[in-house]
Design a protein. Structure first.
Length: 562
């Protein structure tokens, strides 16, 4: 199986320079009852899961795998039950003859390996994987497998399902109990989303099946393909949870779910849409346990941070954040409010809906059914003596005009708007019907932003730029000597990227630009002046992040207008 199996995990980590002897002794002394040394070292922050696996791979010569890319035979799951693998923190992968392959992050846990041998009657081959990947795989395969088995799906391997069989089974098994297979299936879908840190879940109907897809780091990928016969009950369960009308399958509906998954508060925004192949559902996942607040975590450079702070700390004026859906505008607004929140200011927001509840901030939900729109809410808010007003989105002329009036009467107004660039926002406000001189006198600044994926720090490599990459930099007045390439490893699920950061184009509406807007200057003239004043275009800001090894040229070109 491996070399040097006499060693203990602590010895291996010490030899590989991952931890010190003092840290090992400290972890041994303070670890909880039943806690493994590796778990204790991670809990105390002396190392991380990936470092442990790397050290074991180098020292013992045991193969490391990415479970998400490995085909796992459903038959191997029957050999070890969910309770045992969860407690032992292992994942069965496959069977080769009389040998079972299991993934673990501690191949020196000989009692567990022997237990697997006794339970299965097979020889055991060990491969390495991180604990997080193992836990995610257990949630995916055991949870889904058990749920689908209770729905009868496991026994039918043909592509075309026997619809009568499934309908009868669903009728018999669907109850109000929390053990209902459909309830379990929804729970598993949500659990997988949280484990994979997905931002959205898509349930897409086809002719004889439907897909469950997750958007991770902005990229959508299929997770499961299931028989279409269970889709109506799945959608109905989601509608029940989000307080929608389950009898209405012909019109779009919106809803919301607040729940707890693995001890983490999760907020889900639900949208259903009738299509020719059945109802489609999209769930936007917001993990409220993630600490994303703070302007310093958005990806602003020092210059951008200082300029942004200058805009949002003015006593009055409008600061707009622009970009398409999913570009992180709301996150930037919440980070701004978190920065400005203090006892000596009255902050009121009007949103559709309130996504994150902030302590010390008065947050209001619009309700179009009661004619409580953004514009009507703003009128009421102005009678509440606010210092700072945050409007979720400027969608129409009425909202824009009231926001302008609010800023001119001594209020700081923060909001979002759908435009492609900072300068185009000025044109958009004028096109909405706001007089140019009012735009000029009220607008403090515009922040256009996009999200790019961050190259994985564990597997990305530094290489010479290509001729095309050099040409892109040259076209924007810069040069490049080295670029980082996305490769792919177990830590980033072979994607080459891990996480996202924002790219900003910040326009400070100074006195010169105010005069140009008042005089109806052309958009290109305003842009030229803004660039003279130091404004960087989105693509230029993105290329700076390429030079700093944060992202790749491909990512920047994907989000740029060049």
């Amino acid at each position: 199986m491996a070399r040097n199996v006499q060693k203990r995990l602590g010895d291996v980590l010490f030899e590989q320079g991952v931890v010190t002897e003092k840290q090992i002794n400290e972890a041994l002394r303070k670890r909880e009852k039943g806690e493994k040394i590796g778990e204790a070292l991670i809990r105390f922050g002396y190392c991380n899961d990936s470092q442990i696996v790397d050290a074991l791979e180098k020292s013992l010569g045991i193969r490391r795998i990415n479970i998400s890319l490995v085909y796992i035979d459903e038959t191997v799951l029957k050999l070890l039950d969910e309770e045992f693998v969860t407690k032992s923190k292992i994942m069965p992968i496959n069977i080769h003859g009389r040998r079972i392959v299991i993934a673990t992050n501690d191949p020196l846990d000989f009692p567990t390996i022997e237990n697997v041998r006794l339970r299965t009657g097979m020889n055991v081959e060990v491969v390495l994987s991180t604990q997080n990947d193992i836990e995610t795989a257990i949630a995916r395969y055991y949870g889904f497998s058990k749920t689908l088995k209770s729905l009868g799906i496991e026994v039918k391997e043909e592509k075309k399902a026997d619809e009568k069989f499934y309908e009868e089974l669903l009728t018999d098994s669907e109850t109000d109990s929390n053990e209902s297979p459909i309830i379990q299936l929804v729970n598993q879908i949500l659990l997988t989303a949280v484990k994979t840190e997905a931002s959205d879940i898509h349930i897409d109907p086809a002719d004889i099946e439907f897909k469950i897809r997750y958007r991770v780091d902005g990229i959508l990928a299929t997770e499961r393909v299931l028989p279409k016969v269970i889709l109506p009950k799945l959608i109905s369960r989601i509608k029940v949870m989000s307080h929608m009308d389950i009898t209405d399958t012909r019109t779009p509906q919106d809803g919301r779910i607040k729940t707890i998954i693995e001890g983490r508060p999760i907020d889900l925004r639900i949208s259903t849409l009738p299509t020719v192949r059945g109802e489609k559902a999209v769930m936007r996942v917001l993990d409220l346990s993630r600490d994303n607040a703070g302007l310093d975590r958005l990806g602003l450079t020092d210059y951008e941070y200082d300029l942004f702070m200058k805009l949002i700390t003015r006593a009055n004026g409008i600061v707009l954040v622009s970009g398409p859906t999913g570009s992180g505008k709301t996150t930037t607004l919440y980070a701004s409010l978190d920065q400005l929140n203090a006892d000596d200011v009255n902050i009121i927001t009007v949103e559709d809906p309130v996504e994150i509840e902030l302590e010390g901030v008065n947050q209001v939900n619009v309700n179009p059914e009661l004619d409580f729109t953004f514009a009507n809410a703003l009128r009421s808010i102005l009678r509440q003596d606010p210092n700072i007003i945050m409007v979720g989105e400027i969608r129409d002329a009425e909202t824009a005009q009231i926001a302008v009036k609010a800023s001119l009467t001594g209020h700081l107004v923060l909001s979002t708007i759908h435009t492609n660039s900072a300068v185009k926002t000025i044109t958009r406000l004028v096109d909405m019907g706001v007089d140019a001189f009012l735009v000029a006198s009220s607008l403090s600044g515009v922040v256009a932003q996009r999200l790019v994926r961050v190259v994985c720090p564990h597997c990305s490599v530094e290489e010479e730029p290509t001729v095309d990459e050099k040409a892109i930099f040259k076209r924007h007045g810069a040069d490049i000597k080295k670029v980082r390439r996305a490769r792919g490893c177990d830590i980033c699920n072979q994607k080459g990227y891990k996480g996202r950061t924002a790219v900003f184009e910040i326009l400070d509406v100074n006195d010169t630009i105010v005069r140009m807007v008042s005089n109806h200057a052309h958009e290109y003239e305003i842009l030229e002046q803004a660039r003279k004043d130091g404004t960087k275009l989105l693509i230029e800001a993105g290329l700076d992040k390429v030079k700093n090894g944060i992202t790749t040229v491909e990512e920047v070109m994907r989000i740029s207008l060049d």
